[in-house]
Design a protein around this ligand. Sequence first.
Ligand code: GLP
Length: 268
Amino acid sequence: MQVIIFDDAQQVTNNATQWVVELINKKPNPVLGLATGSTPISLYKSLVTKYKAGELSFKNTTSFNLDEYLGIDGSNKQSYRYFMDKNLFDHVDINKNNTFLPTCARGENPREQGLSYEESIKKAGGIDLQILGIGANGHIGFNEPTSSLASRTRIKTLTQQTLDDNSRLFKSDEFQPTLAMTMGIATILDARYVLLMATGKNKAKAVKDMINGPLSATCPSSALQLHENAIILLDKEAASELENLDYYTWANTQNRKINQEFGLYHNY
Ligand code: GLP
């Protein structure tokens, strides 16, 4: 794991933006894994700004989102399809036919839908860079605590904590789904690079459990300890409960020197 601690959330956004821009500008047919939640909104804003400034084009990009609610369709303002359209897709030149979310409409077979999502990812060449946020309970996507570390795209029942955390985003008369389709942990681990963004004090405990371990289904994001290229971007508050805080600061200084001497090379 490469843990990078920044002074504030804006710096986390700036660094995440660089990763996406580098991938898109470097690879002819990049495949991006996308996330929802409040954390990546600033990243999408920043990508839209760069697109409008002519610094990047999403024309050849394919995207796969981590998850989607069950029981509401893409026209519902609470759906993750709607979120992606409003925060990113509607403002850039991505071909929406190449933007995918794991859905399972009424009458469809969740198992088949899950398998077909996995197949689509494979057919696109696999995910180059998976953007992730983290739930206060350590979830990634909607892989709630006790999710199998070998899980694939499937339906998950949301925990009460996640429902409570996310209830702030629903008006009192809006239906809040309790089920979702989500990429599994093994699906996420298949991505060539994973880039997890976490900001704010309320993520500090989850961040500590993810990084300092133990590796356990109780904290699904701890599975990233098994990933060869997991980059964790934190602001100071999210990093505040980490053990070895001094080490990460020291290692980051060294990494900057290593990069200056040997150059940055991401093997997409
Ligand atoms: C949701 C999403 C996750 C996201 C998490 C944290 O439950 N399924 O992908 O990482 O919330 O969201 P936020 O960034 O709003 O804290």
